[in-house]
Write a protein that binds this ligand. Structure first.
Ligand code: FES
Length: 126
């Protein structure tokens, strides 16, 4: 049996948009709301090069990553062909106008995945 935790109301999640849920450890979870008010939760990390999916464009039941425009399925986290890769999904439900996530998954899932390093990474010249 899952230990559900309420993270926001449906009204706080924009239609065809997203918001981030911070975790005590690990990368944030991105919540998505489709045009027909379904909700999904993915790790906020594109499987391609780690782009922030929460800043992508939601259409249908997918999100287009803001970095290189790969489309990720909100239902299973898989990149749509011809692209490859998968980002972790989180159990999510909508009940009584609130969005709920599995507390155990929030605490323990995908803690090994890191945020990408942005910007120049050149080492200082001697
Ligand atoms: S990082 Fe998302 S498509 Fe490249």
């Amino acid at each position: 049996m899952k230990d559900w935790t309420a993270v926001c109301s449906l009204d706080e999640l924009p239609r065809l948009g997203a918001r981030r849920v911070a975790r005590a450890r690990g990368m944030p979870v991105a919540l998505f709301r489709t045009g027909d008010d379904r909700v999904f939760a993915l790790l906020d990390r594109c499987p391609h090069k780690g782009g922030p999916l929460s800043q992508g464009i939601v259409y249908g039941d997918g999100v287009a990553c803001p970095l290189h425009n790969q489309t990720i399925s909100l239902a299973d986290g898989h990149a749509r062909a011809p692209d490859e890769g998968c980002t972790p999904t989180f159990a999510c439900k909508l009940e009584d106008g609130r969005v709920w996530l599995d507390a155990e998954e929030l605490a323990a899932k995908a803690l090994d995945l890191q945020a990408p390093v942005a910007g120049p990474c050149a080492k200082a010249q001697a």
